[in-house]
Design a protein around this ligand. Structure first.
Ligand SMILES: Cc1cc2nc3c(=O)[nH]c(=O)nc-3n(C[C@H](O)[C@H](O)[C@H](O)COP(=O)(O)O)c2cc1C
Length: 203
């Protein structure tokens, strides 16, 4: 193939990109990815644009019995962190925290920007965001569904400590992966043409 020959379109890839939808974590069930599929997913995730190849991200996997264990710790942390809250309300939210990992697999994408380099932190954080999206696309390509979330567990200091997020690190996303109980309905999408201008020389 010459350098000027346009490659044939990847019809399956286009169809996947044009139809991708998230499925809420509670709507994801077994089967989840096998150990081989998880390795493949992580390799796809790591294949993102990364300015200066700093690898400014890492992964924490939450699967099997770890899901319940971490849920219990997060629920306790929520209770301890909200002593003023009316008990009924606090228990309601603690219950939600205890069930934060219902899908077969959750991958915490940890952003760990290198502050010693010339590459701006925001660029490194965007690379971590790309990791999250690659995980979703990879999951879809393997026949699974997923969703990228953040929320309390991704931002609260004690919750981050429980997740295993260290000093100088942040949660870019928690990507839940499994099999969709039901196919997701379409959601409204932006009118793309309304977001586009075509550059004209400034007057
Ligand atoms: C950084 C980031 C954080 C998000 N956090 C949440 C979240 O905590 N809870 C949630 O329901 N959706 C969250 N979303 C939105 C979902 O990932 C998803 O985009 C949304 O449900 C729309 O579905 P779609 O991906 O099919 O368009 C987040 C998205 C991004 C990019």
């Amino acid at each position: 193939m010459s350098a000027h020959t346009r490659r044939l379109p990847h019809a399956d890839l286009l169809a996947a990109l044009e139809t991708r939808r998230s499925v809420p974590a509670a709507g994801l069930c077994e089967p989840g990815p096998s150990a081989d599929e998880v390795r493949r997913l992580l390799a796809i995730a790591a294949r993102v644009p990364d300015h200066a190849m700093l690898v400014p991200w890492r992964f924490i996997l939450i699967e099997r019995e770890a899901r319940g264990e971490i849920g219990a710790l997060l629920a306790d942390a929520y209770r301890a962190g909200n002593p003023q809250m009316p008990p009924e309300k606090r228990e309601k939210f603690a219950g939600i925290m205890s069930r934060l990992f219902p899908a077969p697999l959750a991958i915490v994408v940890v952003s760990r920007p290198n502050r010693e380099t010339m590459i701006p932190v925001v660029e490194q954080e965007m690379s971590a965001g790309a990791v999250c999206l690659n995980l979703l696309h990879g999951a879809q390509a393997l026949g699974f569904s997923g969703i990228w979330v953040t929320g309390w567990a991704a931002t609260n200091d004690e919750a981050q400590r429980i997740l295993g997020v260290g000093e100088g690190e942040r949660v870019a996303g928690i990507v839940h992966i499994g099999t969709a109980k039901e196919p997701p309905a379409e959601r409204p999408r932006p009118e793309v043409e309304a977001l586009v201008t075509r550059w004209a020389k400034p007057g």
